[in-house]
Design a protein around this ligand. Sequence first.
Ligand code: NAI
Ligand code: MG
Length: 365
Amino acid sequence: MSNPSLLILAGDGIGPEVMNEVKRIITWYGDKRDMPFDVTEDLVGGCAYDKHGTPLHDDTMAKAQEVDAVLLGAVGGPKYDDLDFSVKPERGLLRLRKEMDLFSNLRPAQCFDALADFSSLKRDIVAGLDIMIVRELTSGVYFGEPRGIHVEGNERVGVNTQRYTESEIARVARSAFELARRRNNKVCSMEKANVMESGVLWRQVVTEIHEKEYSDVQLSHMYADNGAMQLVRNPKQFDVIVTDNLFGDLLSDAAAMLTGSLGMLPSASLGLPMANGRPKALYEPVHGSAPDITGQGKANPIACILSFAMALRYSFDAGAEADRLEAAVEKVLADGARTADLLGPEGGSPISTTEMGDAILAALD
Ligand code: NAI
Ligand code: MG
C-alpha cells in the first residue's frame, strides 16, 4: 500500500514560517512513529500569482483533488491588496474550498490549561473547555441568489438570500453527528427557526436525520442568538455545535476567542468521502499571513501544528497520534514556552517560531 499523501501549500507571509515547523513534525512521524507521508509542495495565493498570474494554478487544483489531505498556511498580504478581485490571493483558497466541495468546516475551541488566564472570561468558565463548531461552508446567505445592489424608486437596495436545500443541511448534519460519535455523543443545532423559514427547514432536516440515523447521539436545538449568549455564559455546556454558514462564521470566531490567541487556532474543512473512504480535506490555521510580523521569527506555529493534528485524526484515522501531538503542545505550554503572541500583560521573554518547533519535537521524543 502506498503512503498517505499530503499536499502542502504554505502560501504567503508567515505561512511558510509556520509550515516549516509542521514539516519537521511530519518528518518526525515518518522517522519515529513509522508513519511516512508522501509530501508534495506547491504554491497558493500571492506567491502563486507572482509565478503564474493566478492565485491557484490548474495543476495545483488537480493535485489537491488527488491527495488524501491538503495543508495550507496562509494567503495574502499588502503587496496584493490592489490586485483585481478575480486574482486576489483569497480567491485561491476560495477555489480550493469550492471545487473540493468542502461543506463542513470544523472549528475547535479548546482551552489549554496553561493559557486559561489568557481568556477574557474567568478561568473557571473556560478551563478544560473543548468544544467543536461545525459550520456549513458552501451554501447559505454568502452564496444564495438573488444577490446584489439595485435601485428601487429613488434609493439603493442591497440583497442577499439565505437559501438551503434539504441535502445541503442533511450532509452537514451527518458530518456533525459522525463527529459527535467520536467525541461525547452530543450535538446542539443552532438556527433562527423563530424568524427564518430556512431555519425551520434546518431544524426539521436535522431532527429527521437524527431520528433515522443517529438516535444514539443526544440532540438539542437552540436559537443562534441564545447560542451566542450561552457560549459566553457557560460554554462548557456544549460539545459539538452545528450551524449554518453565517451564524457559524460569527459563533466560531466568538468561541475561538474564549480560548485566547489567534496563533493557537486550527481548522479543518471536510467534503464527501473519496474512493478510499477518506473525506476530501483541507487543514489550515485560522489566522492570516500576519504581514506585521513576517520574516521576524515571531509567528506562533501552534495553530498550523494543531491543524496537522486534526489531519491525523480526521483524514488518517490516527486519533492516538493526534492526541500525542496535542499532548506535546500542552506540555510545552505548561513548561512555560511562549511565542510573543502568548505573553500576557506581565511580559516575559518570548521564544521564536523555530524554538517553539524545537520544544514540541523534544516533547514528542
Ligand atoms: P492575521 O490573522 O494575518 O493577523 C491578525 C493579527 O494577529 C496580527 O497582528 C498578526 O501578527 C497576529 N497573528 C496572526 N497569526 C499569528 C501567529 N501565528 N502568531 C502570532 N501572531 C499572529 O489577519 P489580518 O492582519 O487581518 O490579515 C493579514 C493578511 O492575511 C491579509 O492579506 C488577509 O487578507 C490575509 N488573511 C488570510 C487568511 C487565510 O489565509 N486563511 C485569513 C485571514 C486573513
Ligand atoms: Mg469569520
